[in-house]
Design a protein. Structure first.
Length: 115
């Protein structure tokens, strides 16, 4: 019994680290999508103030809010709690955003040349 308790304690997660991980991931995904807190809040159906407080770790969202946030970021709720350094989702989103930025640049350049 004592061995089980010791093993369990080693795997215990600090709530502050979960809050920090969630806050960092939300902000990273939002930045990759190149949207402001206000735009993101509208997509997630939350107030910009709430998004700001979540990103600064002053508030922890409810399960429903986490679900809406994940939907707005086009990721799964589990992705919000993963280490982004290892996350394939963040790499894919960053790659997609770069492609969109290049496309926007080419379109604007073509429009400029036409005018």
């Amino acid at each position: 019994m004592m061995k089980f308790y010791i093993e369990f304690e080693k795997k215990r997660v600090n709530m502050a680290s979960v809050r920090e991980l969630l806050a960092k991931n939300i902000k990273k995904f939002r930045v990759v999508l190149d949207i402001t807190q206000i735009e993101f809040a509208e997509k997630a159906g939350c107030s910009p103030t709430l998004i700001g407080k979540i990103e600064t770790m002053k508030r922890f969202p409810s399960a429903d809010t986490i679900d809406r946030i994940a939907g707005a970021l086009k990721v799964t709720p589990a992705d919000l709690f993963m280490d982004n350094n290892k996350s394939e989702v963040i790499k894919l989103k960053a790659s997609q955003q770069k492609c969109k930025s290049r496309l926007k640049y080419k379109i604007l350049k073509a429009i400029d040349e036409e005018l």
